[in-house]
Design a protein around this ligand. Structure first.
Ligand code: MN
Length: 335
């Protein structure tokens, strides 16, 4: 008989009440206003507010659906919309709170720290603290920061620190940096804009050669890869075509590997928000059986249906054990 799998969920958002009190009083830039008006409305409404703040209720829900451990992260887009000095201070305060929560209940919670890419040197120092004295499990970055992406050379200190400290970098979506056609019909959020934005960000890391400069980085993508597994064969095909036909005229830098080889080497996917067998199969093929992890995306997704999918998906026992806990234990060092 096979022992029941330990269940670890790795994209589980929350925020301390004190975080909202500080963050909601901060000014946001005009470019981020539409997103932040929406997020603050969500964060101030019930039951979302309670679900984000109340970790006793979170544990009760974990018990009811059979989740052993939740890897917590700050509610998106975290500190990234704020002025650098305020964002750096807010990240440190949040990470101290997260440390206390994980320290109090290491049996139920892990944690991904937050950084402010607005100040890359401070973000690098915070990665040191997150992975060092705070003993957390990685970092979450909510895609672009003021329209800038992590392939931008200004973020070199942050990426170097993440690679040096083996900090897995969970690249979480936020509303796209170019809003134009996403603004109508409510398209900027998780129905389409989120995956377009996070997928774009991951593709920039691959096609820019950033992963040749930081070959040891581990990038975690939610939502079973933000669409990339669907496109992966075409991406390889078009990348080869561009170099073969356009030669020096293509804007694509020459890379050491094919795009799909970076995807398999540097990326780990999570099942957050996608209870779909066909997409799970694409994800497993893209990164391998040992690089897909279970996630709910609490409190935005239904915990009971996510765990039911984990139990019932038509995968082998070995695949289910990897998805349920083995990969998360390796990637986030949760043993
Ligand atoms: Mn999420």
């Amino acid at each position: 008989m096979i022992a029941e799998n330990r269940v670890i969920a790795v994209e589980e958002h929350f925020a301390p009440e004190s975080f909202f009190e500080i963050a909601h009083a901060l000014e946001v830039s005009p470019d981020d206003r539409a997103e932040m008006d929406l997020m603050r409305t969500v964060e101030q409404s019930e039951p979302m507010r309670s679900q984000l703040v109340d970790l006793d209720a979170r544990i009760a829900e974990m018990d009811s659906v059979g989740v052993d451990l939740a890897v917590l992260s700050l509610n998106p887009p975290g500190v990234q919309p704020y002025q650098p000095a305020a964002a750096v201070a807010l990240a440190r305060t949040f990470n101290d709170s997260l440390f206390e929560i994980v320290h109090r209940r290491p049996d139920r919670f892990g944690g991904l720290g937050t950084v402010a890419p607005q100040d890359p040197d401070a973000a690098a120092e915070e990665v040191e603290r997150i992975m060092g004295s705070l003993g957390l499990n990685g970092i979450m970055i909510n895609s672009h920061t003021n329209g800038h992406y992590l392939d931008d050379p200004q973020f070199a200190p942050l990426l170097a620190a993440a690679e040096e400290r083996s900090a897995p970098l969970y690249l979480h979506p936020r509303v796209p940096s170019v809003l134009g056609p996403y603004l109508e019909y409510g398209m900027s959020g998780a129905i389409w804009g989120y995956q377009a934005e996070a997928g774009l960000h991951a593709m920039r890391l691959i096609l820019s050669g950033t992963l040749d400069r930081y070959p040891g980085l581990t990038i975690v993508l939610g939502h079973l890869g933000e669409g990339i597994p669907f496109w992966l064969k075409r991406i390889d095909n078009r990348h080869a075509f561009a170099h073969r036909v356009a030669g020096a005229a293509t804007a694509m830098p020459k890379l050491e590997l094919t795009p799909s080889e970076y995807f398999r080497r540097n990326f780990v996917l999570t099942t957050s928000g996608i209870d779909d067998t066909n997409v799970l199969d694409l994800g497993l093929r893209a990164v391998g059986d040992d690089n897909v992890m279970f996630a709910i995306d609490a409190p935005y997704e239904n915990a009971a249906s996510a765990t039911a999918f984990l139990r019932e998906a038509p995968v082998t026992d070995a695949q289910r054990a990897s998805i349920s806990h083995l990969t998360a234990e390796r990637v986030f060092r949760l043993d």
